[in-house]
Design a protein around this ligand. Structure first.
Ligand SMILES: Nc1ncnc2c1ncn2[C@@H]1O[C@H](COP(=O)(O)OP(=O)(O)OP(=O)(O)O)[C@@H](O)[C@H]1O
Length: 578
């Protein structure tokens, strides 16, 4: 239950809508009970009155029929208002929950979120948050309405005779408390397991759809289909169990409401004979009890789904209670880097999984310098880019930009100073314009076209029928590799930060496109500081210096020519024999 408290706090801003929904729900139910009870009494009383001409003449038809009409109108109006208010409350709660969860996710990206599969995260954001809806619409609303109706109906029966109220409350307690407790006990585990299977099923499906091309190529579709089928069958089994519990609940509820009316009649009949009230009141009591039980009907289902709701709450909290790999202190924006120089002093870093990625790295890059970082695969090059972007902090040592420790810069300052372009840079499934404006939302039309010109994309975009409003497709799938790289470069140009880190920006491009891309890049560098991480050796002579990394350490730093002269390993790395 503790897991639900953080979510209950999110309900507070929507209290007006929630309270409105609850009040209208209660009014509707009271009107329903009143309508059925009064109608029953009216018909019976009219029948009794019709037995003699005198009593028929004296019988007041108008007040009860006005009451029946009044209750009918109140029930219809109340239901309409209740639906509107509770839908409004639910949608607002959903929006608040999604925004709250997304905000909590942001500081966890990218380091901590690597632990989760994308399908799993999607399920948490969509399904688990939807399931939390149950808390208001299926638990809170029916519970409050049932409590209100049971109190009011019981008070009325007490006024008729206390024993009638006691019988009614006894059966209400059985149906509204004992049965839900029992079914929540039965449904708790089933609900939990059901939520788990449904999350797994979605994760598998998302993953399989993403990797469908590879599954086809390797003929592994059948295996993966089996995996989805197995998960689907496991989910169906749990759904079947849940349906059986629901069926049992419904049967018990009908039995208990019938028994309550029967026992009440059993007590009330002698009272009519003793002259406590007339015979028509028997219809009012029986119909009133049956109608009041309708408010108790949704309770077992609500409690039965509580397991599912709590499992969803647990899954959401599990993600957002993770500690971010880095925390920015945005109070610290009084420190400003004096110049775009970079310094790594004795920096060591180990990934949480235990892989040592950097050891005692010392590297100093002057403002405006262009430095390539090269080395065998796994030597720690990308880790340098990630530490400079503060996706992680070093375990030991200090990284400074313009003399400021990276940990003393606010996030805004750091992002304004350093732009990271990598082969994994994401192209959003949106228009070309949206993808560009991401870097600078204020950029006007003329600036966008100038930037495209600088990135050599101008002619391509101009020839498109929809120009800047052309859709890029998922991950830029409607663009060629070279166009996608240039779009990412254009985005970096729009950002115009003084330090650029490019991690394998030409990966996957053919030599001609790569040359064109690098040409565009160098033409646009101006006085920026450039850190270029690359496997390609063709451009190294154009760089001011090269940092050669081997086994998580800096092996040598110098100009390409110097390293060729001085470092045997470097010579071998660039493919030159000594
Ligand atoms: N997120 C991560 N979690 C755990 N280990 C990681 C992670 N990223 C990288 N590593 C490990 O850290 C080491 C350095 O990786 P890094 O990506 O920095 O190397 P690299 O030189 O850029 O390699 P490549 O040239 O293949 O891209 C490798 O052994 C790698 O397996």
């Amino acid at each position: 239950m503790r897991d639900l408290w953080p979510f209950v706090r999110l309900f507070w801003p929507q209290r007006i809508w929630i309270a409105g929904g609850l009040l209208c729900g209660l009014a509707t139910m009271v009107a329903s009970v009143g309508l059925l009870a009064l109608s029953g009494w009216f018909l019976s009383a009219a029948a009794f009155a019709g037995l003699s001409a005198l009593s028929a003449k004296e019988f007041n038809f108008f007040t009860p029929s006005a009451g029946v009409r009044g209750f009918a109108i109140m029930r219809t109006g109340g239901r309409y208002a209740e639906r509107i208010l509770s839908h409004e409350a639910t949608l607002r709660l959903l929006a608040a929950l999604r925004v709250w969860f997304y905000r909590a996710l942001e500081p966890l990206a990218p380091a901590t979120l690597q632990r989760y599969r994308s399908g799993d995260l999607l399920t948490r954001i969509v399904n688990d948050i939807d399931t939390l809806d149950n808390l208001y619409i299926r638990v809170l609303l029916p519970s409050v309405v049932a409590l209100g109706v049971a109190t009011l109906a019981g008070a009325f029966l007490w006024w008729l005779h206390p024993s009638l109220a006691l019988v009614f409350w006894l059966f209400v307690l059985l149906a509204g408390l004992a049965l839900p407790t029992f079914s929540s006990h039965l449904g708790y585990r089933v609900g939990k397991v059901m939520q788990l299977h449904s999350a797994r099923l979605r994760t598998h499906i998302v993953e399989d759809v993403q990797g469908l091309a590879d599954l086809k190529v390797y003929g592994a579709e059948a295996n993966h289909r089996q995996r989805v089928l197995r998960e689907s069958e496991a989910l169906l089994k749990q759904q079947e169990r849940m349906a059986r519990i629901s069926g049992f609940n419904n049967a018990m509820l009908t039995l208990l409401s019938g028994l309550a009316a029967l026992v009440a009649l059993f007590i009330a009949i002698p009272m009519t004979q003793a002259g406590h009230f007339d015979g028509a009141m028997l219809a009012l009591i029986a119909f009133g009890i049956l109608a009041a039980f309708e408010s108790v009907m949704p309770l077992p289902l609500a409690w039965q789904y509580l397991g599912r709701t709590m499992e969803s709450a647990r899954r959401l909290l599990e993600v957002i209670r993770q500690r971010p790999a880095v925390t920015f202190n945005d109070q610290l924006d009084n420190m400003t880097p004096s110049e775009p120089s970079i310094s790594f002093q004795q920096v060591s870093f180990t990934y949480p999984a235990g892989t040592v990625a950097l050891q005692d790295v010392d590297l100093h890059i002057a403002a405006g310098e262009k430095v390539a970082i090269v080395g065998p695969s796994g030597s720690g090059k990308t880790t340098i880019a990630h530490l400079l972007s503060r996706f992680w902090d070093p375990r030991r040592g200090t990284i400074t930009i313009g003399g400021c420790d990276l940990r003393h810069l606010s996030e805004v300052q750091l992002r304004d100073t350093v732009t990271l372009v990598s082969q994994k840079s994401h192209i959003f499934c949106a228009t070309l314009r949206d993808n560009l404006l991401l870097a600078n939302p204020q950029a006007d039309e003329a600036t966008l076209w100038q930037t495209l010109e600088r990135a050599q994309l101008h002619d391509f975009v101009k020839a498109l029928p929809e120009g800047l409003d052309t859709w890029t497709g998922e991950g830029g799938s409607r663009l060629s590799g070279g166009q996608a790289r240039r779009l990412i470069l254009a985005r970096a140009l729009l950002k115009n930060s003084p330090i650029w880190i490019l991690d394998e920006p030409t990966e996957g491009l053919d030599t001609t496109t790569e040359q064109q891309f690098l040409h565009t890049l160098f033409a646009n560098m101006g006085g920026k500081t450039l850190v270029l991480i690359t496997h390609r050796t063709s451009e190294l002579a154009r760089m001011d210096r090269v940092c050669f990394m081997v086994d998580s350490r800096v092996e040598a730093v110098g100009s390409h020519a110097e390293l060729i002269q001085q470092c045997e390993r470097y010579r071998r790395f660039v493919g030159m024999s000594s």
